[in-house]
Design a protein around this ligand. Sequence first.
Ligand code: HEC
Length: 440
Amino acid sequence: MRTISLSVVIITLLAAVSASGQSAQTQVTFTKDVAPIFQGRCQICHHPGTFAPMSLMTYEDARPWARSIKEKVLMREMPPWHLDKNVGVQYFSNDISLTDEQIATIVKWVDAGAVKGNPADMPPTRKFDDNETWQIGEPDRVITLPKDVIVKAKAPDQWPDILVDPGLTEDRYLKGVQIIPVKGFPVIHHIRTSLVEPAAQTLHSGKLDDTDGTLEVGEMGVFLNEYAIGKKGDVFPEGSGRLVKAGTKINFQFHLHSVGTETPTNVALGLKFYPKGYVPKHVISSTTVSVAEIDLRPNTDNVRSDGYLTLVKSARLLSFQPHMHNRGKAECLEAIYPNGKVEMLSCAKFYFNWHINYVYRDDAAPLLPQGTVLHSISWHDNTAGNKFNPDPDAQITWGQRTVDEMGSAWISWYYMSEQDYKKEVEERKAAQRILTSSRE
Ligand code: HEC
């Protein structure tokens, strides 16, 4: 299914490219056509001083990469937004992908020799301020690592999990959350944080008596948020929030990338709370729709595993984040409705170096009736063809460690009253959003 949809995209794009001809007037140039796309969609990461492998600020920077750029944008590997465009919900609040037209423009530019064009057409240079600021408002609590992580000048990428006790002494509802790199910005590929509640900590109690407050543990807790360059803070819609219980610890899972100089690294996680005593109408939960077992035989591709989760009340689904380890390839999330109908909500390719949280736009967030079963479908590739696979001859099973595998769809949602659910479904129907059609 995935191969078919991708080839459809490529054929459509190639048709668009050849139909428009190559006359002088329509010649695609860097300065006129490509630079604006790079400014809007690429330079946030591809500018000097970041972890990205090269700058795409100028023609001279970009020209040597032309072939690779064509390939990565055609495959929709870059910008990193790996959602299948041919199936499921297509409206997201954090979508950074290129349109088909933008891809066609870039491909045309490369195929016609990647010319510079008239320097006068070049838009003014985009400026970047890498000192990020709080977009969630001044946080009530800022959590940093008690000691910096030192990233060596030269080393393979690292994925440390670091557990921090922020000393939270009361239950509070979260209104917003954001991560800001405070040291070592260029080495931070991305970060995922999780809430590790007291009950979950006792499960690992043998490991947690760490005196300086940081300890590398396996992956644990419930997904909270993720950071990559250009990622804004998460602010929950008014009246909705997440509960952070007293005694909760924060697990930071880093992806760190050496850049040639030894770099001390630290981050600030900002938490913005609702006022004390305030209980939001919609309490957001995060959990996984997760497989129980994984059985990856050596040198095997397209191994499928399925997970299920039943919604005990009607709900609004807020986000979807495929989560696998090195051998992950793709993941889908579908809804099996109480009436037996099935709807694919989202599918995405998976690359181990990106952990993208796909946040549904408010007016497209799936509304799911009570009794819906969410079904995750994960595919793994345990062959040498997967460049992230450290050992295709290994037999792999389920586990928390990076060397084991997982197949989880992290989802965020909140339960709704039947009344609110019905009202919103009616509003969607009135607005002629197709997403409710298969449900009733
Ligand atoms: C969120 C940050 C980010 C954005 C946005 C982004 N890139 Fe990248 N890009 C990276 C990183 C990091 C890598 C290194 C490989 C990896 O980690 O996936 C990369 C790798 C690449 C490569 C492969 C380089 C090589 O070593 O062969 C190309 C080509 C590329 N990007 C082009 C683009 C283009 C074109 C855009 C915009 C249309 C873009 N990228 C947007 C971060 C980004």
